[in-house]
Design a protein around this ligand. Sequence first.
Ligand SMILES: C[S@@+](CC[C@H](N)C(=O)[O-])C[C@H]1O[C@@H](n2cnc3c(N)ncnc32)[C@H](O)[C@@H]1O
Length: 260
Amino acid sequence: MEADGWDPVQYEQFKAERSQPFHDLVALLRPVPGGRVLDLGCGTGELTRLLHEHLGAAVTVGVDSSPAMLEQAGAFAGGGLSFEPGDIEVLGPAPPVDVVFANAALQWVPEHEAVLERWASLLGPGGQLAVQVPANLDHPSHRVIRELATEAPFATAGDGPPPDDRVRSVLAPERYAERLHELGFAEQHVRLQVYGHVLPSTDAVVEWTKGTSLTRMRRHFPADVYEAFVAAYRDRLVAELGDRRPYFYAFRRILLWAAR
Ligand SMILES: C[S@@+](CC[C@H](N)C(=O)[O-])C[C@H]1O[C@@H](n2cnc3c(N)ncnc32)[C@H](O)[C@@H]1O
């Protein structure tokens, strides 16, 4: 685990499950032969490579704030694809691009209406925006983390109040559709999709969230408290969902695409 909380090995454990929404999002895009593409929150870079090739782009830049992720991404650079550190919430002025793409990254920043406006401003004429964001705030996998964090002994065991779940910033699908209209996009496609992930057992959900939602708790608690938190989380999750083998993890995601 790196200091920034991202653990590419843990994150890649459910690679096949995590990559299906990426492929569904890419399928919404029109190719941009010779064009310029931005992949915001690019992660380990492997999917950015596929995006770059699928779109036929001349230049694709993957942006991420995690040194651990960027270190992995370096292996996929070349042929017009590069990676750079940056904060996708506050991207500076840059030459206009043909595609702004963000798979499973928007949820890590607050104020989605403002962020979408900033991302849309990066597009040139005819530009396309494509975003996929998890929308499973109410699933026990997320709710139990929030509940436990406010209960003894965990409520007071970290440095300050427990960090909020970033997925809380995610808007309703129809609000994204309205926002895209307000931002002047001529065409759009917004949908809520449920991905059914067949995990070996209920407690495999813990391995899943260790790569995402639990990273904030790992940063918040000392190591021994974090271990105790994960154990309590596993127990409560299994008690609530039952010890199922396999466990069908129904995961809601919003996919949005729009063109200028
Ligand atoms: C769930 S991963 C998704 C990675 C990749 N897009 C994929 O589909 O596999 C989210 C990524 O967003 C990055 N991220 C989170 N907040 C960020 C920010 N404010 N600026 C830049 N990158 C950020 C994380 O470092 C992480 O690599």
